[in-house]
Design a protein around this ligand. Structure first.
Ligand code: ATP
Ligand code: MG
Length: 304
């Protein structure tokens, strides 16, 4: 099931929080949603799940409205901020209660507690849960009844390193093997970099990038590590070419777009500078921070 947001706006009072958001979450893919604190990630997810209404614009799930698909509890599962539970009940009882309301098999509860690693704490009351355990329970709730779409707002926040890897692998498999559509936000950008097919960057309520990681890397003026034999000649070349760089001994970190690399190599050869190694410095976190800061400074918004 794909999800399309068209010109979605959200205002709280007079304050514009989400500004003409156009977003496409392709079916069966993992969409990593990133942005600084207050950029509008949670608000977007709340609108997607109907926790708060849009002020204007449309949201479609495979062409259908939220009202149309909401009747089907298998359409999507969501994990948004800290969900609340009956604290005096166990994790099992909380989830079993939901299953009874939905008239769905209670046996499903064991499955989801198992995949989030809470099987051993089944009989513990939620009031005795650690923060990470509550997060895991929230995920179990999202996975309940095996929904087609997962909308997950910072799902690994507060999990231990083992839990982070488990959930990351789980989400990857759910998407790649079972074809689930996953919309996920996280401040752990390296983590999203590993599993996302599509990256969306939101800045002050506006999309500033949407596309594949490959496109982002290629378009954002990646830096490349270049190892050469002659530091002095290389420095002279970079200064003449007005390329920004950092240097440590004969290792240069050069900011240049991919399409300009062949020309640079030709020129280095012409100047008799030997290149031992050139490698792309692929780092989503760096690119994200560059975009975030750049947009802040220029207040532009060239969403693709
Ligand atoms: N109920 C509300 N009433 C008024 N303003 C709100 C409300 N909820 C969120 N906002 C504002 O909307 C903006 C976006 O908040 P949101 O929670 O969507 O950001 P976020 O990207 O999820 O940030 P974080 O990374 O901190 O979770 C913020 O300026 C916030 O103050
Ligand atoms: Mg948030």
């Amino acid at each position: 099931m794909d999800i399309v947001l068209e010109n979605v706006c959200k205002q709280y009072g007079k304050k514009k929080i989400i500004d003409h958001l156009n977003l496409h979450i392709p079916s069966g893919k993992i969409y990593g949603f990133i942005g600084l604190n207050g950029a509008g990630k949670t608000t977007t997810m709340k609108m997607l799940t109907g926790l708060t209404p849009v002020s204007s614009g449309t949201i479609k799930f495979s062409g259908k409205t939220l009202q149309e698909i909401r009747k089907d509890y298998r359409a999507f599962g969501a994990f948004i901020s800290s969900p609340s539970y009956y604290k005096n009940l166990t994790a099992y009882e909380n989830l079993a209660m939901i299953q009874k309301v939905l008239e769905q098999p209670v046996s499903e509860v064991d499955r989801v507690l198992d995949i989030v690693g809470l099987s051993n704490s089944k009989q513990k009351r939620v009031s005795e849960f650690s923060f990470g355990m509550k997060q895991r329970l929230g995920l179990a709730f999202a996975f309940l009844n095996n929904p087609e779409v997962l909308i997950l707002d910072e799902p690994t926040n507060g999990l231990d390193p083992e839990g982070i890897v488990e959930i990351r692998n789980l989400l990857y498999d759910l998407s790649k093997i079972e074809g689930k559509t996953i919309f996920i936000s996280s401040h752990n950008i390296a983590e999203l970099e590993q599993i996302s097919d599509v990256i969306g960057i939101i800045q002050k309520g506006k999309m500033v990038f949407q596309g594949s990681l490959e496109t982002l890397y290629n378009e954002s003026g990646l830096s490349y590590c270049v190892e050469v034999d002659d530091e002095k000649k290389m420095k002279q070349f970079l200064e003449e070419a007005q390329l920004s760089f950092e240097v440590e001994r004969n290792l240069f970190e050069v900011t240049i777009s991919k399409k300009d690399i062949p020309d640079m190599l030709w020129e280095l050869q012409r100047r008799k500078i030997s290149v031992y190694e050139i490698a792309a410095n692929r780092n989503l976190e760096k690119i994200f921070l560059k975009i975030a800061r750049g947009v802040d400074a220029n207040a532009t918004g060239n969403a693709r």
